[in-house]
Design a protein. Structure first.
Length: 524
């Protein structure tokens, strides 16, 4: 039984059972056994994190930045071990996905978070010299519980992923719960984090990790008095249960849940590049076996001869042999349920729709088609996120019906509009764009949504149910850090008792502060 990381040491869990990860390519259990921690473990981690906060109420940004950078370097030394483990637990391809794409993204996120932490402008230091009132964002005063998803074993891992980096850079302790789909991968990352903490001189209990817990204990953890906040990426049902528990206790909770990421294709786009667009769509829908949170699940177009040609092209592409495996038996089961639900709702199956024989969790590329009238009659039935290479074509009769469909969209992470060159489709674009803009976190033109760049300008968020709050992003520094910060105000506080960021002298010489209505890096 693998030990958990609590209180600055690897120790046996006080468990309520155990589990083993599964290789999705074979369906076979992997050898290592991991504990299901009970509340005794979870409360021990909370208490230790509270002692860290009491002893170190404000961790030095430079030291935090050095830890994140050292962690990134240590991970790179363990790349082979981490990639091999992730490959066995997820069946994702080693090249290019795990080794050359996702692993470098993970280490880049850690370094971007370190830069934002060291530079300090993220805290939005605001100073009113006339009234001697000063404020800034600082640590929450409680540990942040991070629950990562199964589809990104590195980039969104609860230890080393984007949420983890943001929590640490904002000065908070982390209590990570691994995703049961890749516990061994998370263990390898946590070992590197522990070594980096040893070298940094920061408290060893700044990062703690358990492998799993019962759902009811997860809800207790979200609502616990010692919890500072919770970050979750996963299903809508689990996210809403966590949100209900956290809201009752007044705890901040940041959720990424479900999104169908609609792609709207206007008539002029078919005239210019119909075949290429079909190939782009197919590539986006099937990348990672369709298990990206930004996979297009709805494609909306208006009826016409060229749109029919496009639908035929997409159907032929979806009829090909699928690549990759579903990440878990639960993902496989949910995909089977989604296909059955769409058929009950009256969707026409154009391609796929069936499980594939052989070892592991595999499913055909699946394409459905419905009319705009069908969608408007029951929008909820066609807006359920389904992990896997499954997409629904929605064919509207005219621009008015197209606009009505967009109005019926739920909140999404992304929304894309493909249109013709120049002023082609200008009138139709101007009709639907303002409606779509309100429904999505990230709006794209002539581009599929599956790539999520780690950029300060990125928004990986959106209106409910894509997330629990439309004002925050899970990707991009420094914005993602502010989810895990409290606004702290100092009124008439003596200069030597102020945080360095709020004193008259700029602590770095480069940090931007809002002083008397002006953004400046100057001293007062």
């Amino acid at each position: 039984m693998r030990p958990v990381l609590i209180g600055g040491e690897w120790r046996p869990a006080v468990s309520e059972g155990s589990f083993r990860a599964v290789n999705p390519a074979t369906g076979a259990l992997l050898p290592d056994e991991y504990p299901v921690s009970g509340m005794e473990d979870l409360e021990a981690a909370l208490r230790v994190a509270g002692r860290v906060i009491d002893k170190f109420p404000a961790l030095d940004p430079d030291r935090l930045a050095r830890f994140l950078e050292g962690f990134a370097a240590g991970l790179e030394a363990k790349r082979d071990e981490a990639v091999t483990m992730a490959r066995s637990e997820t069946a994702l391809p080693e090249e290019p996905r795990l080794r050359s794409v996702e692993f470098p993204r993970m280490t880049d996120q850690l370094r971007q978070a370190a830069s934002a932490c060291r530079e300090r402008s993220w805290c939005l230091a605001t100073i009113d010299t006339k009234r001697d009132i000063r404020s800034m964002y600082g640590p929450l005063g409680g540990p942040v519980v991070v629950l990562g998803p199964n589809n990104f074993p590195f980039a969104f891992n609860s230890v080393a992923g984007g949420d983890f980096a943001a929590v640490i850079a904002a000065g908070n302790p982390v209590i990570a719960k691994t995703n049961p789909g890749h516990p061994g991968t998370t263990r390898v990352l946590a070992e590197s984090a522990f070594e980096a903490l040893r070298e940094s001189g920061l408290p060893l209990a700044l990062v703690q990790m358990v492998y799993h817990c019962r759902p009811e204990n997860g809800l207790k953890l979200a609502a616990h008095p010692l919890t500072g906040a919770l970050a979750f990426t996963g299903s809508r049902a689990s996210g809403l249960a966590l949100k209900e528990a956290a809201d009752r206790a007044g705890k901040p909770v940041y959720l990424e849940m479900s999104s169908v990421n609609p792609v709207l294709v206007l008539p002029g786009a078919f005239n210019e590049r119909s075949e290429r667009l079909a190939a782009e769509l197919f590539g986006s829908c099937t990348s990672g076996a369709g298990q990206f949170c930004t996979k297009p699940g709805l494609v909306v177009l208006t009826r016409g001869a060229r749109s029919e040609e496009f639908c035929d092209s997409v159907r032929r592409l979806f009829g090909g042999e699928p690549e990759g495996f579903l990440l878990s038996q639960r993902t496989f089961r949910k995909l089977v349920e989604a296909v059955a639900a769409l058929e009950r709702a009256g969707a026409l199956l154009l391609a796929g729709g069936h499980a594939l024989s052989g070892p592991g969790f595999r499913f055909e590329n699946t394409l459905f088609r419905i009319t705009g009238r069908q969608f408007l009659r029951d929008p909820d039935a066609f807006q359920t996120e389904a992990f896997g290479s499954l997409t629904v074509l929605v064919v509207a009769e005219d621009p008015e019906e197209l606009a009505a469909i967009v109005r019926a969209f739920e909140g999404n992470l992304t929304g894309s509009i493909y249109s013709g060159p120049g002023d082609a489709d200008r009138e139709l674009h101007d009709l639907i764009e303002p409606i779509l803009r309100r429904k999505v976190g990230r709006l794209l033109d002539d581009k599929m949504p599956t790539g999520v760049a780690v950029s300060p300008a990125m928004n990986h968020g959106g209106p409910f149910p894509a997330t629990g709050h439309p004002g925050f992003t899970a990707v991009g520094f420094p914005a993602s850090m502010r989810r895990f910060a409290a606004l702290r105000c100092y009124d008439n506080v003596r200069p030597d008792r102020l945080p360095p960021e709020l004193r008259d002298k700029n602590p770095t010489g480069a940090m931007w502060r809002y002083i008397d209505g002006e953004w400046t890096s100057k001293n007062i």
